[in-house]
Design a protein around this ligand. Sequence first.
Ligand SMILES: Cc1cc2nc3c(=O)[nH]c(=O)nc-3n(C[C@H](O)[C@H](O)[C@H](O)COP(=O)(O)OP(=O)(O)OC[C@H]3O[C@@H](n4cnc5c(N)ncnc54)[C@H](O)[C@@H]3O)c2cc1C
Length: 419
Amino acid sequence: MSVSVIPRRRQVLQAGAVGLAVLATGCASVSSSAKPRVVVVGGGWGGLGAVRGLLAAGGADVTLVEPNEGFMSCPLSAHFIAGFQPASDFQRSYARIDQLGARRVRERVTGIDRAKREVVTTTQRLGYDFLVLSPGVEYMEDGIQGYAEARAQLPVGFRAFEQMAVRQQVDQFLAQGGNFVISAPKPPYRCPPAPYERAFLIAEQMKQRGTKGKIILIDANPNPMPLPIAKPILNGMKSLYAAQIEYMPEVDIRAVDMGRRQLATSAGDIPFAHANLILPMRAPAMIRQAGLGERWAAVKLPSFQSQADERVYVIGDSQGTPLPKSGHVAFGSGQQVAEAILGRITGKAAAPSAGAVDLPLGICWASVTHKEAININVTSSVAPGEAPRLKFTVDPEHNARSGAAATSWGNGMWKAMLG
Ligand SMILES: Cc1cc2nc3c(=O)[nH]c(=O)nc-3n(C[C@H](O)[C@H](O)[C@H](O)COP(=O)(O)OP(=O)(O)OC[C@H]3O[C@@H](n4cnc5c(N)ncnc54)[C@H](O)[C@@H]3O)c2cc1C
């Protein structure tokens, strides 16, 4: 399936005549002497959606704050982790957004001074008129005793570039065998199908290489997540990997002992040769420290505007709505927020709708083999004063058509972000 990336939003942005005068709707006006300053924090899926939307229309002075020199995709990177594809397939340069005129600050944000409207980095303070935050997730280490001390030996690999360390572990396991523990936490966490996908592709390599040992998949949930994909995931596990994967549902990990290479769990002690513990997640500390939310940022829908500050938008996985924590949603919400900011800049912001409004589409892939995947589409809408409604459409079984569609989806998204 080929995917066109939010064409409606893009067409609207490109068609918009954006002047410099500022008549911000519903907020204090912004300096009219220069282009309004939009600072975007995080050059991942959400941040790049916002940056590309803002740059396509012009009319704003755009700064992207991102510590990494380039981009690496988490979606589809299980094919790198399991050794099917090189890392370079999932990496892209930021050169295109530099060419398009964004100022790129290669630093980490250490704080947000909302009173002064400044983002604080390791060496400077960046003033903003509008702020878009898409810093992704951080791991919650406290739930597993001993994890913090063992962090360097137990990379999670659910953030860009951490995949390299997990790949090293997988290579060792495939060569040496033994028990490889992979865990799945309780939602909400980034891309719920991803732990199962990772186990599947490593299991496929075990079969190809004749690795002696097993993957123990410890799931905090009673079924694979999200629930609409439980059946095709369990089918894939049973039909293809019964000899490679031992599935343990409803088991909590309590402690890790790296000296003895042993996990203490609600089902007893489990020895391991290698472990990839996928921890519970939350928004990065800057969200809490800036008073924008607790575990996740509190935002209004459909705008993704912070509930605490109308000049701040939080998109992607850091925001705490029931939308799936997916790159497709993050990119779409970035484009939508760019359009809203440009509307506020020009004084042409769309009036709030009295009825239900569509929210950004979610598209996820759970690869079951290197060539076959399960496609998960999530459409959603929200009506004023109501909770968002989500509708899942899921392949009944893994198939080669979705395997090929996942690859073209990835290529299309990375091109929209950085091509
Ligand atoms: C294994 C796996 C498979 C996945 N598969 C899919 C899929 O098939 N489809 C799908 O749609 N989604 C998928 N996802 C989910 C997708 O990766 C996330 O939903 C998406 O990355 C969220 O975008 P984001 O902008 O919120 O965060 P990210 O893309 O993680 O971007 C956050 C950026 O913020 C930067 N940052 C963090 N802290 C700071 C700071 N203090 N200062 C400055 N910058 C900072 C980081 O360096 C990073 O570049 C998958 C995820 C994983 C882990």
